[in-house]
Design a protein around this ligand. Sequence first.
Ligand code: SME
Length: 157
Amino acid sequence: MEKKETYELLLKQIEALIEGEATNEMGGLANVSSALHYAFDRFFWTGFYLQRAENSLLLGPFQGTVACFNIPIGKGVCGSAFAERRTLIVPDVEKFPGHISCSFESRSEIVVPFYDVNGEPVGVLDIDSRELNAFDETDAHYLEKIMKVLTEKIYQR
Ligand code: SME
């Protein structure tokens, strides 16, 4: 199946998954990390970091191998995407200054920040691949869309 078709199906699946689960933040994030991870063969790590302290992001629900607990805001790919409030596509993690390596297997990644309904940043979605250059604008487009659907349900506060 084409990547776009897989994402279109995923969007519908995720909408259905979180319908009626507005109060279950952790359950919603956990199910979305699973739906994303298993929709594609090519994701090595799929999960969330959430702002739970002023200066750092803490590990949230994920699928994949064990990961760093804590990422300072402004550092690494996750901390930079969160601080800059924009999606970052990193084709080769070794070329990203200050990349935080949780696993030597991770070669490329995409990080998508997300916000509550007031536009306040909540955290980031982080997806890693064992392949170089695994992510492009199509991934960015659909992952941003998925996070919008999710956050409109879960972060209404
Ligand atoms: N590589 C990330 C850290 C998180 S993990 O890869 C799961 C970063 O530089 O922010």
